[in-house]
Design a protein around this ligand. Structure first.
Ligand code: ZN
Length: 159
């Protein structure tokens, strides 16, 4: 049974509120995480708690329990030189940006001559998420995994 200190592997299909698919886990590599360690969004972790190997479930996650609300102050106009992207920028593209805190991904909103308007919110911020989950494995975490706060092995953290 899934509880704190278990490593869980699961396949998922993520759809938006309209039922359109956003993404799914790779067929040969289920998502792998350490339960109770904030490895995944809170709404999903709560729904998986108490479930077991072989279970399938549909979970609706609100923005508050997912990637947060979309924040307009995260819309910024930046100089194009900070964008690390080869080729033509188009609205909707996800591109890496160099910031004082390292690299982060933003979504292009509008492309100007020397500036680019970007949205630095998480791409799934503000969205209600519908997951279809199928749990493929539940096992005890190793002491090392517990100490690191994440799962090791395929689909998990690779050192
Ligand atoms: Zn580790």
């Amino acid at each position: 049974m899934i509880e704190d200190g278990k490593v869980v592997r699961f396949h998922y299909i993520l759809r938006d509120e309209q039922g359109d698919e956003i993404e799914r886990s790779a067929e040969d590599t289920p998502m792998t995480y350490l339960h109770g360690a904030n490895n995944i969004i809170p709404g999903l972790e709560a729904a998986l708690s108490g479930k077991t190997e072989g279970d399938e479930l549909d979970v609706t996650v609100t923005p508050e329990q997912g990637y947060g609300e979309s924040d307009d102050s995260m819309h910024q106009r930046i100089s194009a030189k900070y964008l690390r992207h080869a080729g033509k920028l188009r609205p909707g593209m996800q591109v890496p940006v160099q910031t004082d805190d390292g690299q982060r991904w933003v979504t292009v909103i509008k492309v100007g001559l020397k500036t680019v308007d970007v949205d630095a919110n998480h791409p799934l911020a503000g969205k209600t998420l519908n997951f279809h989950i199928s749990i493929s494995e539940v096992r005890d975490a190793s002491d090392e995994e517990k100490a690191h706060g994440h799962a090791h092995g395929p689909g998990g953290h690779q050192h």
